[in-house]
Design a protein. Structure first.
Length: 159
């Protein structure tokens, strides 16, 4: 498995649903937020020269784990502090649903399989109130939250 992945703008547009106009701003924001680092800058095609895709990797940080966003310098590189996320979340759900639905499903993953109970077993269920989900996901509109929850419930486990 590789830590670096060559991703074309076309793949980000088609598979991640990022508009062409937002790509530069989005990747710059991820780099400034210490989420990604650019390993190789890409370049547009020019007469006589083919386009080069950028290469990004997750930004890892060797210091202590933190939940304080102001102190976040990259993803914790040490052992532990990981959440198990089903592959389908990334391959089927992430590219095809709205941000509010992603937040709701992500919250359920975080509070269920994201935590271990005693003796190492992972939770399968989590009791979350409507207000808990709204607060955690930072979805201000109760109507948007309601629509996102309804979509996730009606769409089924893999949408």
């Amino acid at each position: 498995m590789s830590e670096q992945h060559r991703v074309s703008y076309r793949e980000l547009i088609e598979k991640a649903g990022v508009s062409r106009g937002a790509l530069k701003e989005t990747t710059d924001h991820a780099i400034l937020g210490n989420l990604l680092q650019c390993v190789q800058a890409g370049c547009a095609s020019q007469p006589g020269a083919k386009a080069e895709s950028s290469v990004f990797e997750l930004k890892w940080y060797e210091a202590d784990y933190t939940t304080n966003l102001a102190r976040f310098r990259g993803f914790f590189a040490g052992a532990g502090n990981r959440t198990y996320v089903p592959d389908e979340f990334f391959t089927r759900i992430l590219p095809s649903v709205s941000l509010s639905v992603l937040k709701v499903v992500g919250a359920v993953i975080r509070f269920s399989t994201g935590f271990e109970v005693k003796r190492g077993f992972r939770r399968q269920q989590a009791a979350l109130s409507y207000r808990d989900i709204q607060r955690y996901c930072k979805i201000a509109s109760p109507q948007d939250l309601s629509k996102a929850i309804q979509y996730a419930l009606e769409a089924g486990p893999l949408f």
